[in-house]
Design a protein around this ligand. Sequence first.
Ligand code: HAM
Length: 426
Amino acid sequence: MNNLKNLRGTVDLLPDQLIKWQNVEKIILEQLSRASIKEIRTPILEMTELFIRGIGEATDVVSKEMYTFLDRGERSCTLRPEGTASVARALIQKGISSNPLQKLWYMGPMFRYERPQAGRQRQFHQLGVEFIGYQSVRSDVEIIAIAWDILRKLGIKELNLEINTLGDFDDRLNFQKSFLKWLEMNKDSLDLDSQNRINKNPLRILDSKNIQTKKTLENAPRLFNFLSEKSHQRYSDLKKQLEILQIPYVENYNLVRGLDYYTHTAFEITSGALGSQATVCGGGRYDDLIKQIGGPNTPAIGFAIGLERLILLAGKELEVPRNTDIYIVNQGLIAESLAIDLSRKLRNYDLLVELDLSGASFSKQFKKANKLKSKSIIVIGDNEAANKEFIIRLFDKESFENKEEVISLENDIKLEKWLNINLLVK
Ligand code: HAM
């Protein structure tokens, strides 16, 4: 029988790799809580209709990439390809009017049936942030600044912020009429994929990577020229405020994003340090989404960062695990049970305590402690157990010698004093 393997495009994350993930997540969560953004968790599985209505039937994500199936009750279910639609659904269900302004984040797996390559998986992870109910340009600026600062805090280099405006529904309708006319006239100069999009999702053609199509598009009408005075003003306010914050940006008129719900501000952050899948963060305003899926008219803006790409970018210093503070070497029936008790007591001091459960010889246990570079070692053998005490040993960096102390298992005051002097000082 063949060995069972994980599915293509999915990845096992093993303990050594997860050190970096955990360090990255910790920095992100600290940043989010400092900005008073609250966590929301929604189900991974949703009704398929949510994404059809929310993301748009003609998008690649919905038409080609979703993991959709009928459950045993014949309901069409989909593994979420992104988090924005689910957050919107959850808030509508709860009643947005009772809490009209919310700053939320989520982190977790998303699923898209794409061709796997470096930085692109079928099961991948996103950190998403959504500001619900916020209308002002300042909320666009805060969202962009939060994404930017998370990436900067993680020491990620060669960051480029690209921005665009997609206007509102009416702006786009006006543009679409004239763009469609132009597309029909220039159809033969477009690649096949773009030709197929003319009737399904013409705006996405602007995002084509085909060189010939890109060249042809240089002469196409620009959405920018169809924006109302108000939309123009909004976009220029956004740019001004980014400049005040000294967040550098590049304008990209062809940035339309792969999901249909965007209005006004759209942005992406790429890093030159990534390969072809350079976009580490994507987001924008989605003022019509909540209404579109059955809620009240509610403006909103957000972004999502792809965690796999973030991990590829984050520095090696984040791969370093926390050092073991105390390694407990123990042997003998009574000693072993006393050692468990002691390990529990020590962990109450927020120390990283590893209890050796191997039953191996003392010398092997010491070797393991040294290999882990444990800051200190506790020893309990038959003699110590009989005396109800343990030995604690620490390598003194100043004298280059081992400092050793015998402490009674009942003398918590002496233990605490020793820990305070030797391990708990920062
Ligand atoms: P998105 O641009 O589709 O936006 O995805 C955001 C980020 O997720 C991408 O920039 C990328 O880093 C990562 N990503 C997407 N697909 C994959 C994949 N197959 N493998 C690895 N990473 C991937 C959204 O999903 C929107 N919900 C963002 C948003 C939130 N807009 C407003 N609020």
